[in-house]
Design a protein around this ligand. Structure first.
Ligand code: 5RP
Length: 229
């Protein structure tokens, strides 16, 4: 699938999901190119239909800026007790609704917003949908103070680590940390790996989102928009 076709599908999934947003909701808004289409549609609905959200929390400064450009007020997560709904993109969606996120480097905020949401909807094009988690390196956000030790540990464990780069420099997250991408393909036991990473000192967060997504809107190249629950 070329980029133009993929963007078309991303937009279709995003516009479909935007319909599920109602005035009065406390809404979590994710990060990425698919979510950028969602924000455009929310902006259109605000202008043309008077969509009026009770609260908005975003998972990146990019999404915050875009929401604000449409006149939405964006709160910090700490200021909102619980979100009614979060809509986000994903890098992989498995048949059992496990996913990989963090391709854009916003995984820590994304997971924190996700766990504080009553409902989570992911919007994806069909290229992200897999039987089991595969085809995308797993992002792991690590603290700078012990990142070299983390990298060597992952190497020794056979997890094929690679530094996330931004040009010639290491990619730096919103929180001033680095990302190590683990090239494990497929991920044989996602829950085991998540448990290992959750208990590795220096790891801030990882991109395994297991059992978090409640509903996925998937745009297919045959024109079908699948609402998978
Ligand atoms: C950012 C993410 C994104 O949701 C994910 O990378 C999908 O991005 P896109 O919609 O651009 O394909 O997890 O950290």
């Amino acid at each position: 699938m070329d980029k133009e076709e993929q963007d078309k599908l991303k937009k279709q999934a995003a516009v479909e999901a935007a319909e599920l947003v109602k005035s009065g909701m406390k809404l979590g808004v994710g990060t990425g190119s698919t979510v950028a289409f969602l924000i455009d549609e929310l902006g259109r609905r605000k202008k043309e239909e008077g969509l009026d959200l009770d609260a908005v929390v975003t998972t990146s400064s990019r999404s915050k800026k875009q929401m604000e450009s449409y006149g939405f007020h964006v709160d910090d997560l700490n200021a909102v007790d619980q979100l009614d709904l979060t809509i986000d993109g994903a890098d992989r969606l498995a048949a059992n609704f496990d996913g990989i996120k963090g391709g854009g480097g916003a995984l820590t905020m994304e997971k924190n917003v996700a766990v504080n949401s009553r409902k989570i909807i992911w919007i994806v094009d069909e290229s992200k949908v897999v039987d089991r988690l595969s085809g995308f390196a797993l992002p792991v956000e690590v603290l700078p103070i012990s990142c070299e030790q983390n990298f060597k540990l992952f190497q020794a464990e056979g997890l094929q680590p690679q530094w996330r780069m931004a040009g010639n420099e290491r990619f730096v997250t919103h929180y001033g940390n680095y990302i190590i991408d683990l090239n494990i393909d497929p991920i044989p036991v996602p829950s085991g790996l998540a448990d290992y990473l959750d208990h590795t000192v220096g790891v801030v967060e990882h991109g395994l989102f297991l059992g978090m997504c409640d509903e996925a809107i998937i745009a297919h190249s045959n024109g079908e928009i699948e609402d998978r629950k």
